[in-house]
Design a binder for this molecule. Structure first.
Ligand code: NDP
Ligand code: ZN
Length: 352
């Protein structure tokens, strides 16, 4: 079969591979819609997680089951499914500790386009199908559904990690597709005021539609000064980081109140150290909590996100600005995520 792959750091291209084989608990899925991610860009062009040779890229897919193993109970060939970006080993000890993202090792619940071939192939392999797949209801379009496996779960996780109280003030740094879902997640969690940081006009419009009450443009000067001014010198209760370089960590600590929470969902692709400003972190004693996490995966998470879309609580379709048809557009779609043209939020490739 064909797949669009990371050949080595800095280089992508088409390769031929054997069609994957399902173990007793696994499924083989044919993608119906896939989306490239900024994370693929960090992995390929920044070498953020180290060298990978001839690894098929992609971790955001909805698809059709074509084969299941002998022990799979709830799925059969022909089922249309949402496939989470994170497909943990559910029998691991880390799951009992409450961190399925790190089953069998740090970040190891993230398998597609990290430790095994991803979803940009004619077929892909899903471990533990009963625990990792979710049925896609007919009424949800493929474009919208393709935002569930990663964009929704990651942005919402930012809100979950940010410990948002009803009525509290939240800053969301970065309003690409992930940060926009952070805004929508903060709204769902009951934030009173949501200050969104970005610059592209289409992202700003979508941020407002998801619940942003204030917009800060980082190109107009220091975001900490702007946010401290907006909050009468107090700062925010929670900050979600969903964009920017490592320096945003320093800004986030400075703009967050004592007792507040900084929730990072960025994938920092470069640099050795993330800066924490000593005095703004109360010389270590400010009770400013710093958290960061890989998005949740698995079947239950996907089913809950499907509910959010099915019952019109959030429309992730607003993220999709570019729709392509056919595998041959994979490279074009991926490079859009690298070049980030002004009108882009997120591309989807439909495989008719
Ligand atoms: P985008 O590049 O589309 O968006 C980044 C956002 O950050 C934009 O709004 C951009 O503004 C803004 N930004 C850029 N520089 C600065 C700055 N110096 N200060 C403040 N804001 C800035 O990225 P995505 O939304 O696709 O992804 C965001 C991050 O999430 C990536 O690192 C990605 O790899 C990561 N990720 C993490 C996952 C996880 O599980 N934790 C899963 C999926 C993705 P503008 O465009 O206006 O210039
Ligand atoms: Zn992704």
């Amino acid at each position: 079969m064909k797949g669009f792959a990371m050949l080595r750091i800095g280089e992508v291209g088409w390769i031929e591979k054997e069609k994957p084989v399902a173990g007793p608990y696994d499924a083989i899925v044919r993608p119906l819609a896939v989306a490239p991610c900024t994370s693929d860009i960090h992995t390929v062009f920044e070498g953020a997680i180290g060298e990978r040779h001839n690894m098929i890229l992609g971790h955001e897919a909805v698809g059709e089951v074509v084969e299941v193993g002998s022990e799979v109970k709830d799925f059969k060939p022909g089922d249309r499914v949402v496939v989470p970006a994170i497909t943990p080993d559910w029998r691991s000890i880390e799951v009992q500790e409450g961190y399925h993202q790190h089953s069998e090792g740090m970040l190891a619940g993230w398998k597609f386009s990290n430790v095994k071939d991803g979803v940009f192939g004619e077929y892909f392999h899903v471990n533990d199908a009963d625990m990792n797949l979710a049925l896609l209801p007919d009424e949800i379009s493929l474009e919208k559904a393709a935002m569930i496996p990663d964009m929704m779960t990651t942005g919402f996780h930012g809100a979950e990690l940010a410990d948002i109280k009803i009525g509290s003030t939240v800053a969301v740094i970065g309003i690409g597709p992930v940060g926009l879902m952070g805004v929508a997640g903060a709204e769902l969690c009951g934030a009173g005021r949501i200050i969104a940081v970005g610059s592209r006009p289409n992202c700003v419009e979508v941020a407002k539609s998801y619940g942003a009450t204030d917009i800060v443009n980082y190109r107009n000067g220091d975001i900490v000064t702007q946010i401290i001014d907006l909050t009468n010198g107090k700062g925010v209760d929670s900050t979600i980081i969903a964009g920017g370089n490592p320096d945003v960590m320093e800004s986030a600590v400075r703009m967050t109140k004592p007792g507040g929470t900084i929730a990072n969902i960025n994938y920092f692709g470069e640099g050795k150290i993330l800066p924490i400003p000593r005095s703004d972190w109360g010389c270590g004693m400010a009770h400013k909590n710093i958290r960061g996490g890989l998005c949740p995966g698995g079947r239950l998470r996907m089913e809950r996100l499907i509910n959010i879309v099915k019952y019109n609580r959030v429309d992730p379709g607003k993220l999709v600005t570019h729709v392509y048809h056919g595998f041959e557009n994979m490279e074009k779609a991926l490079l859009l995520m690298k070049d980030k043209p002004k009108d882009l939020i997120k591309p989807v490739v439909i495989l008719d």
